[in-house]
Structures are given as C-alpha cells and as structure tokens.
Design a binder for this molecule. Structure first.
Ligand code: SF4
Length: 843
C-alpha cells in the first residue's frame, strides 16, 4: 500500500455521502467517485454497496480510469484496519483508487491513487490546447489560421482520456480537424511516458496521409520529434531473398513467362523507399507476388544475408522503437484476432502490447471486422497451392528432384527422390479430383454456374441427401489435402535429416506448403461443418464472377453476423484509453446505432473483460453548410425503384446539365456497378458534352483523382469506396449527384442474417439497421462536397423517397444543415442557377 494522499469532496458528494452513511446506520458503505488530480477534488459520488466487500471489488473490476472507491469510516475508529488494507489491495488490483471517507464526508484519506494516475506523468491539457488556440503555434505557422473550437474541445477530451483512462465516441464533422485533436495528445503521451499508442485508420492511403502530413505538423507544433512507425501487414513487403530466388528459378516456379515482370520488380526493388506494394506504380501478378512476398514460413530471419537491408525487417525495427504506431483497420483487427483466437490461426500478432488506441474512420470498423473475423476459401486458391507442387513439368517437386539428382551417391537422397516421383502425383491427382467433385455437386445440386454472375446461396441445405453429398465431398477434399500435408512433412523431415547445408530453400518451401495446407484444411472444415459457429456466423457460397466455364472458381465464406461483441471483448475492453472517431457516427442525433454495432449494446460481455462506459461527443462541422451548400431533390423525377432506364436517362441529363452549370467539378455517386456503367454510357452519348468523364474502374483511384483535380472540369463517376475518403476542394467539386438512396442490398447473406437477427429480437430491421446504415453512407457522400471553408456547392439526390417517405425526413435531419430545395426540376433549376451564381470557386 502506498502512502496516503489527501483530497476533498465537492459539496454534492459530501452531502450525498453524509446522507447515505446516515441511512446505512452501522453498515460500511462503498462509494464510487471520480478524482481530479490537479484540483484534488473528488466528485460524482455514487453508492455501490453496503458492507459487502466482494460486491465492492466486483464494481471496481468494471471501472476504469480515474475512479476511486471510498469506504465509509468505521464509527469511532481512527487509522486504517487490516480489513481495510486487504480490501484496498483487492481494489488496487483492479487499477482504480481506494480510500476512506469520514461518515460526514468532511475528510478523505486516499490510500491508493488510480493506477494510470499514479504510474504516468499527466498531460498538461491547457498547454496542449494552447498549441492550436488563437496566438498558439498553429496560428504562428499558418497565415489563414482559423480558431476551431470543436477541435480544441476534442483535443481536451482525448487528452483527458489519456490522463484518466476511459473510452470516448467522438463524431467530428468535416473541418473539425480531428487528426490533430487526437495526434497531439497521443504523441505527447508517448513522449512523456514512453508508452505506445496505436492510431488506426481505414486504408493504407490514409495511413500515408497521417505520417506525411499530420505527424510532421504535430512535430512542428510541439517542437519535438515523434517516434512513429507506419505499420503494414507482412505480406505487403517483398523479400529480397525470395525475389533473387524467383528470378533464378522462374522456369520452375511459373506456368507463364513472368520474366518481364520480375525484371520490372527488380528495377523497382533497387529504388523503393519502403519495399511495400503501395510504393509500386503497377500491380504485380498474384502468382509472382506470392513467390516474392515476405512470408514468415520461409523467412530466415537473422540468418538471412539480406537481414540488415530487408524492408520488412526494417519496418519491424521501426515498430520496436516507436511509441506512435499508425496502422489500418485490417491490420489492427487481424492482430487482435491473432492475439485472442484459440483456433488454428495462420496470422501472427504484428503489434506489440498496447493499451492506448485511437480508431479514426471508425464507421468502417464493423465491415472490416466482418471479413477479418471470418473465413474465406476459394477453390482457385487451393488449386494454386497444388500447382506449387507440380504444374506442367515445373514446381517444387521438380526443383527438389533436380537438386537431389546432383547427389546420386547418397542412397537416402535417392530414396527421397524416388518417393517424390512415386507418391506425390497420385495424392495431387486425388486432391484435384476432390475439388472437381465438390464443384460438380455444388453446380448440379445447389447453385448452377452462370458466367459473370456472383449471386450467392446460403449454406443451409435442407435436403438431407444433398447435405450428405456436400459434407462427404468436403471431407474427401480435407482428407486428400491432409494426405498431401503429411506426405510433404515426411519428405521435409527426411530432407532435414540428410541436409547439412543451411539454409535449405526446399525445406523452407515445404514448411510453407505444409502450413498453407493446414490452414486450408481447417478453413474447409470450418466453413463446411461450421458447428461451433452455428447462430453466430452466416455461411454462403458463390461463383467468382470473373471465372470462366472451363475454370470455375467457387468461393465459400463464413462471417460473423455481429462482430461487435468480439471487438468489444477482445479489443476495446483491453484498452486504458480508447477513442472511436469519424465524421459519420451518429444518426438522428444519436450514437445508439453504432454503439450497438460496436458491441456496446449487447449483454454478452466476456467474463474477463471490463464494462466500458463511453463518453459521447458530437462536434458539428466547422463549415457554413447553411449558406454555402444546397440540397436539391426533384419530386417530378421517375421513381428510382421501378422506372429503370427512364430514371437513368434522366439522371444522365441532370449530370450533363449540372456539369454545364458548374463548369465541371461534378462527382456522381452510384449504388451499383450496373448503374455506374449504364449512366456513364448514357452520359457519353449526350451530344456536345465537352467535359472529361472519368469513371471508376477505368483507371486507378489515385490517377482518376489526380486527373480530376488537375483540370477541375470534369465528371467523376464512382461507386462503393468513392462515397468516402475523396477530398476534392475548390473548383474540382461543386456538385455531388446521388441517383439513389444508398440502401444496402437486403438479400446479401450477411445483410439477410443481420435483418433476421433484428427481427428475432422483436426489433424493426428496417428502422434499426437498414435505415441507419443508409443514412451514414448518405452522410459520407454528402460530406464529399465541402472540404474547406471556401468551398460551396450542391448535392442533388435523384431519389424522391427522401421527401415522399416518412423515413426521408430522418435521413435529411441527419445530413449537414444545408438549404433544402425540392419540387419540380424546373423550380429547382431556377434556384440552382441563382445559387451557383452566388459563389465562384474559392470565394
Ligand atoms: S529477412 Fe526474411 S523477409 Fe527479409 S529478405 Fe531475408 S528472408 Fe526475406
């Protein structure tokens, strides 16, 4: 027990305690309070138990941060008893503070401070705020500085959560500058306490933006260097050693001639900054990347001659030195999965242990968790593994055989060589036949193959005979792959006995193949039996839309219906500081929807995890949407649900008209690839529309955005990922056109399962699930329009349900506070002309 610290109660707590102790007569009363170290004041008193020490410890277990449990003093007793010391120890183990309070609340003796307060140097929140406040360093650095009160408010909250511990959900509208608001406290905490913080965002591009733009700015503001590292998954990096091998053994490794691509990669490898895929300006073939990527199974670690120059190893060295790790959601969740999963898991943790986590773009987290915590098997992937062994006279077996031939005098090696020839081919043939059998049964009994279609079928086969056939086929596949794994292992072990030279590439390749086979077998077992996932996961099959009749590729997936509970139990509740933030988290002024999706609304708390109390903060955009933006909704437009081509023709006309009004600078956000293609085609057929039309899928996203920014006079057409993360300030974006409300397709297996889940709880799935999802997406789309205080523009929604349906008003109320104009297109046109004339870009 540490020495005593003296604090006092604020008046309401003092009165409350006096009253409670009086009512409890001779019982000892436990109170929970919040402590403010700077002022020395305890406040927010709550009674938690009377004379029941176990109950007090139980309450303490569910608290975090700056909480303190006070026990009322035994009447007539001065000093601290053995019982109190014992209770204090138990409370201290839970990380919160403990103390004794006099019966009238006038005196408090704190015996233990909360762990975070006691162990860490605290941030000076006022000083941090001063950096971005008027007359602070930010104003000194930027001529066009504007005071952003919302940013300061967020910074204070984040810094408080660092000092006291705890969790917060912060919606920060566009222009608030949330990155600075969390990076300044996170970086300062690392500098002060040397403790690691993880900052996660949704894509590698956004990670890049944080480390190239935001972190240097924080360094300028604080005047100190930040030890940061950008963390990517291992398979993003190429291996110097494997690239050399692939170039020297390419005829054995690849079915097709990959020499040109390998030479191109070798040229890039000489110059690359970080050796990762995102530093490449071309996309390598998958089979090539598989052979040259960094892979833990075939990495020699410190025995590798390239260890010192290896990009992957350098990235790990950077991680070990950093106290600010910038990651993406995929990596964050796969790391958490690897740390917590008890099933056979090929992923290994990448991140060190950490307790401080900021999740930016948190609205994307559930989607990433759904794939990251799920299982995906595709028959092409299995075939690729088989081809690694043997394919058209090349492959691993040929390579091993050729190398063994060089030792004809060693009888053991000759024996291994013969066993390769004798047994492998029959096992490989059996595995290929098993795949073919499975494909045939699925195609004939369940889901006919239609080229180009990616329709899905749920994996519950009520027909007992069909079910039996499929389970048998999957078992046969597992058994043949397991045979192959065992055979591979026996060859590898024999080679290990006979090989003295280190390292032996073939042994490493065999280990890698063994691991891949093991992973596939457990995946196939999981998705086809799925017994232990019953009720928590949804399983389905689909044919890959890219595959041809001659080369059908079956995809089988199992995904968690509600991954929020896993995220909360395995990740969120482990954190001392947790900040979840995004520009779009609330619907209708409430966080209820995202809280449910993140697992905060569920009762299924892991017994080992803490309950989390979230501080909620909504910060409206700093931009003047009221005068600088217009939301236009034509009500005489064809109904989007049943007028197909007519709606698309009118949409194309409106796009063309808007593009002329605003002289280009139009972003069209579609809800399906099909509508994107059709509207684009109709738009291109409109005569005399002399504006460039840039379409997602016709070039990389980065190049499309660069081209659009460069001439600022074009129409940019997108779907899916274009609804967010697009930042086109000024003339490049003056109109956003949304042909249809972005409701997700209710019939996809995962949506159907979620809808069922809501219905089974007696909730309205449309109101509680479909509507909030669409509203958040619409908010994201709308948010593309105004990216700086000088931006202005129009959002046109060509789906009249947003005014005709009762839910439409809920959606509109969740959008930024723009002027709304609805009515006939003629009426709208008049207002649009006036409005567009009001603002020139950048005014
Ligand atoms: S250390 Fe490992 S990943 Fe790096 S070059 Fe060597 S084998 Fe490849």
């Amino acid at each position: 027990m540490k020495s005593a610290f003296f604090f006092s109660l604020d008046l309401p707590s003092r009165e409350f305690i006096e009253l409670s102790v009086g009512k409890a007569k001779d019982q000892r009363v436990g109170f929970l309070l919040q402590i403010d170290i700077k002022s020395g004041i305890l406040s927010e008193s709550k009674e938690v138990a009377r004379s029941n020490y176990d109950a007090m410890v139980e309450v303490a277990r569910e608290c975090s941060g700056s909480a303190v449990l006070l026990l009322s003093q035994e009447s007539g007793h001065i000093g601290v008893s053995h019982d109190e010391i014992a209770l204090g120890r138990r409370i201290e183990e839970q990380g919160i503070g403990f103390g004794i309070v006099s019966c009238d609340g006038s005196r408090v003796k704190i015996l233990n401070l909360p762990r975070y307060v006691a162990q860490n140097k605290l941030l000076n929140i006022d000083q941090l705020e001063d950096l971005i406040a008027p007359s602070g360093n930010l104003q000194k650095l930027f001529e066009g500085y504007e005071d952003r009160k919302a940013q300061r408010k967020m910074l204070r909250l984040v810094a408080e959560k660092y000092n006291k511990g705890g969790s917060a959900l912060v919606e920060a509208g566009t222009g608030v500058g949330k990155s600075l608001a969390y990076l300044i406290p996170a970086a300062s905490w690392g500098a002060l306490n040397g403790e690691v913080s993880v900052v996660s965002t949704s894509t590698i591009n956004l990670q890049q933006q944080i480390v190239t733009k935001e972190i240097p700015l924080v360094e300028q503001l604080t005047g100190s260097k930040i030890k940061w590292a950008l963390v990517k998954g291992r398979n993003n990096y190429f291996s110097i050693r494997r690239l050399k091998l692939a170039r020297s053994q390419q005829t054995q490794l690849f079915n097709n001639d990959r020499s040109k691509q390998l030479e191109r990669i070798a040229g890039w490898a000489e110059k690359t900054r970080d050796g990762s895929l995102s530093d490449m300006d071309f996309v390598p073939h998958q089979d090539v990347w598989d052979e040259i990527k960094s892979d833990s199974d075939v990495c020699l670690g410190s025995s590798c001659p390239s260890f010192q120059t290896c990009h992957y190893q350098n990235s790990r060295r950077d991680i070990s030195k950093a106290n600010l790790l910038v990651v993406n959601h995929h990596l964050l969740l796969s790391d958490s999965w690897a740390k917590n999963s008890d099933t056979a898991n090929p992923q290994r943790p990448v991140l060190p242990k950490y307790k401080r986590l900021v999740i930016d773009e948190a609205h994307n987290l559930e989607d990433v968790a759904t794939t990251q915590f799920g299982t995906r098997i595709d028959t092409d992937g299995i075939s690729r593994i088989l081809e690694r062994f043997s394919s058209k006279g090349s492959g691993l077996l040929v390579a091993i055989s050729n190398s063994l031939e060089k030792n004809p005098e060693n009888p053991e090696l000759v024996k291994i060589k013969n066993s390769l020839d004798e047994n492998f081919q029959s096992i490989l043939s059996s595995a290929k036949e098993s795949i073919e059998l499975l494909l045939t049964i699925i195609e004939e009994k369940i889901h006919p193959f239609v080229p180009g279609s990616s329709q899905t079928v749920a994996m519950d086969f009520p027909d007992v005979d069909v079910n039996y056939l499929i389970v048998r086929a999957s078992e046969r596949l597992c058994s043949s792959l397991e045979n192959l794994r065992k055979k591979t292992k026996s060859v590898r072990m024999a080679l290990e006995m006979e090989t003295t030279s280190e390292p032996n590439e073939h042994i490493l390749d065999l280990i890698s193949s063994e691991n891949s086979l093991e992973e596939i077998v457990s995946g196939v077992q999981l998705v086809f039996s799925g017994d232990h996932q019953e009720g928590s996961h949804v399983r389905w099959i689909e044919w890959s839309s890219n595959s041809k009749r001659s080369n059908r590729n079956l995809i089988i997936q199992s995904m968690p219906i509600e991954p929020g509970t896993t995220m909360r139990n395995a990740l969120f509740s482990e954190m001392d500081t947790l900040i979840l933030t995004s520009a779009t988290l609330s619907t209708l002024g409430s966080f209820d929807f995202v809280k449910t999706r993140f697992g905060f609304g569920s009762d299924e708390t892991d017994p080992g995890s803490r309950n989390l109390t979230l501080t909620e903060m909504m910060l409206a955009s700093e931009f003047d949407f009221g005068t600088r933006s217009l939301l236009a909704i034509p009500t005489d437009f064809p109904d989007v649900r049943n007028s197909g081509v007519l709606h698309r023709e009118r949409t194309a006309e409106v796009i063309a008209e808007m593009a002329r009004h605003v002289n280009g600078g139009v972003l069209v956000l579609c809800t399906s690839w099909e509508s994107l293609v059709e509207i684009t085609q109709l738009l291109r057929e409109i005569p005399n529309l002399k504006l460039p039309i840039l379409v997602q899928g016709e070039d990389t996203r980065t190049r499309l955005l660069e081209k659009h920014m460069k001439n600022s006079k074009g129409v940019l057409m997108g779907v899916g990922s274009f609804w967010e993360g697009i930042d086109l300030p000024g003339a490049a974006l003056r109109a956003v056109i949304i042909p249809r409300i972005p409701f997700s397709v209710p019939s996809t297996p995962i949506n159907a399962a979620r809808i069922d889940r809501y219905s089974s709880r007696g909730e309205d799935p449309f109101k509680e699930f479909m509507l909030p999802v669409a509203t958040l997406k619409l908010k994201q789309g709308f948010g593309r329009l105004i990216r700086s205080s000088k931006d202005s523009g129009v959002v046109v929604i060509l789906d009249k349900r947003i005014v005709s349906k009762s839910y439409g008003s809920q959606m509109r109320d969740s959008l930024p506070n723009a002027e709304v104009v609805s009515g006939s297109w003629e009426t709208i046109r008049v207002r649009l002309k006036e409005f567009c004339g009001l603002f020139e870009p950048g005014q």
